[in-house]
Design a protein around this ligand. Structure first.
Ligand SMILES: [Mn+2]
Length: 327
């Protein structure tokens, strides 16, 4: 199927927009300003302009990063877990209306809440983790003790119990329901690679995504669609190249162009199993005029509505490319 001749699920069902203004799980403050910046950049208008029915669920309370010492290998666990729990409850409330959640972070720990919220009705979603990082750090071996470097670890059932057991399900996801897409392989330690292999994670590093964005997205999606009844998309903007699109809190200088990321997102959001989108790591301090956010809002409008993008390079092709790049 293509995004150009089929109504996307978000076009059929509408979106419930939830802001989660938190940097409690990050290295530093900044990301807590993102939901307000998205609104100021006109995201909701952009979505409506693409014919999407949008209901605004508002923002959760602001949780700004606080310097705090590590306890059992993690920093500020209580606030991070509280915010993830609130995110889970709000995402479940969005799902109960029949709409698909569009969650605006905030740091990457909020995706744990989104997964728990989608799981609240007894179904187990799959997850395409489109991110410049694999987030496989652990409290036992971390140097930073920063929780948003440990997202995949917590999804897989390890790490801090307050996060790994969010919503009562443990693990939050079976390993074969997760596809990592776009991570920088140079950021993974030997231990991370060992755990990635031990869990047999479907994993596509950034160079493979750059080489064939649509093909990499289709392969990741096919893996998850074959095992899960729904597919949540996690989109950390640090998968974008910092040199070209310096919006993310944490830099990656070998990332994707905006067109490449759109090509990936168009595929993921066109899935018949698409169940929601979480956008993380936006630091508005890096975009004082809001110009980058306005460009990204246009991308989100197009991919969620299944519209044809203006640039040929961002345009979904006529079908799966057939190339399989995952390891
Ligand atoms: Mn990341």
């Amino acid at each position: 199927m293509t995004a150009t001749n089929t109504r996307t699920r978000s076009a059929e069902r509408g979106l419930g927009v939830l802001g989660v203004p938190t940097s409690a799980g990050s290295h530093n403050p900044g990301q807590e300003k993102a939901p307000a910046a998205w609104r100021a950049a006109g995201l909701l208008k952009e979505l409506s302009g693409h014919g999407l029915a949008v209901e605004d669920f508002g923002d959760l309370p602001v949780q700004r990063h606080r310097p705090s010492p590590p306890v059992d290998g993690v920093r500020d666990l209580e606030r991070v877990a509280e915010t993830a729990g609130r995110t889970a409850a709000e995402v479940a409330a969005v799902v109960a209306t029949g709409r698909l959640p569009l969650v605006l972070g905030g740091d990457c720990t909020i995706t744990l809440g989104a997964v728990a919220g989608l799981s609240a009705r007894g179904t187990t979603p799959g997850l395409v983790y489109f991110d410049g990082d694999a987030d496989l750090s652990t409290p036992e071996t971390t140097d930073s003790a920063v929780l948003d470097t440990m997202g995949t670890t917590h999804l897989l059932g390890d790490g801090a119990p307050a996060l790994a057991r969010l919503g009562g399900r443990h693990p939050l996801l079976p390993a074969d329901h997760i596809a990592l897409l776009g991570f920088d392989p140079a950021e993974l330690s030997t231990e991370h690679w060992g755990r990635l292999a031990a869990h047999r994670l479907h994993a596509t590093p950034v160079a493979a995504v750059r080489a064939d964005p649509a093909g990499a997205a289709v392969a990741a999606l096919a893996h998850v669609e074959a095992r899960a009844e729904s597919v949540l998309v996690h989109f950390d903007v640090d998968v974008l190249d910092t040199g070209a699109f310096p919006l993310a809190n944490f830099p990656h200088f070998n990332g994707l162009t905006l067109d490449q990321a759109e090509s990936v997102l168009a595929r993921l959001c066109a899935s018949p199993a698409f169940a929601g989108l979480v956008v993380t790591e936006v630091n508005p301090d890096h975009d004082p005029e809001g110009e980058l956010l306005r460009r990204l809002a246009e991308v989100l409008g197009r991919v969620l509505a299944g519209a044809v993008p203006p640039g040929v390079s961002g345009r979904p092709a006529g079908g799966p490319s057939g190339s399989s790049v995952a390891g």
